[in-house]
Write a new protein. Structure first.
Length: 82
């Protein structure tokens, strides 16, 4: 499996969307009574927080100057075009 970059903003967004889904699923299943607008603040707040986390992550990675890993670095031989 190919390795991918960890993106905490997507993790935060997914968590809050899952929470909104659980709110509506619990209401549909009769576990509790939720008003129709209950998920809106959860989704909007989660997307705002995800955007802030993504911006912070980008700033940290840019400041650190993410170095290249050996498996993605190009060697001088691979730069030669034929």
């Amino acid at each position: 499996m190919l390795r991918h970059e960890f993106q905490p903003g997507k993790l935060v967004a997914g968590f809050f969307l899952t929470v909104a889904g659980v709110i509506y699923a619990g209401d549909a299943g009769g576990a509790w009574e939720a008003p129709w607008f209950a998920g809106i603040p959860v989704v909007v707040g989660g997307l705002f927080l995800a955007g802030a986390v993504s911006a912070l992550t980008r700033a940290v990675r840019r400041r650190r100057g993410r170095g290249r890993t050996p498996d993605t670095a190009q060697t001088p031989e691979s730069d030669v075009t034929v």
